[in-house]
Ligand binder design. Structure first.
Ligand code: AMP
Ligand code: MG
Length: 184
């Protein structure tokens, strides 16, 4: 089975995923890392935050290659994005051809208060984040819900919205873990 975990930059996804990984037998596969490695090999980018600024057709090409690789993996949690904010507008993270490749069973959309996301971005010096304000972050999270809904309609996959309460990534992780475990 393959599931998707997503959430805007700074939502706390990596922290939550670390906990989920330690409590399940799923492997975590980062879609952006695959794209980044493919792009770096041909000298297109030097860091992962340059990916979303590449020409859209180049991003789509890398996206296609990454999804072909991931579609062959089983029992994985795919760490990716519902939408990517490019200079040309929102790019769907899972356009129809990616959905067909990945056959995702369920989506988890991690969300948090825009003010907390903004503050986490400001304290993260390891990434070159966009200079979004709270309203931009609120809109991006809202847009991600629309895209998640359409992916779900296309495929019949379920969506769960997970709130990451500041300082309590454990609760968010547990909400995901209990859904990933076999149950009646
Ligand atoms: P992340 O570290 O998860 O923020 O991912 C790094 C970058 O990978 C993102 O900013 C995007 O440029 C790219 N990326 C990740 N997932 C996708 C996807 N499904 N489609 C297109 N680009 C993606
Ligand atoms: Mg991350």
């Amino acid at each position: 089975m393959r599931v998707v975990i997503s959430g805007v930059a700074g939502v706390g996804k990596s922290t939550i995923l670390e906990i989920v990984k330690s409590r399940t037998n799923y492997d975590i596969i980062n879609f952006g890392t695959l794209m980044f490695e493919m792009a770096r090999n041909i000298n297109l980018v030097r860091d992962r935050d340059e990916l979303r600024k590449l020409p859209v057709d180049t991003q789509m090409n890398l996206q296609k290659k990454a999804s072909a690789a991931i579609g062959k993996m089983n029992n994985v949690i795919i760490d990716t994005h519902m939408t990517i904010k490019t200079p040309d507008g929102y790019l769907p993270g899972l356009p129809e051809w990616v959905l067909r490749e990945l056959k995702v069973a369920s989506y988890y959309l991690i969300e948090a208060l825009p003010s907390q996301i903004l503050s986490r971005r400001q304290h993260d010096s390891t990434r070159s984040r966009d200079s979004d304000n709270e309203e931009d972050i609120r809109q991006h999270q809202e847009v991600n819900r629309y895209y998640a809904a359409s992916y779900s309609v296309y495929t019949g996959a379920t969506i769960t919205f997970i709130q990451n309460i500041d300082g309590k990534p454990d609760i968010a992780a547990e909400n995901i873990v209990r859904r990933l475990m076999p149950h009646d």
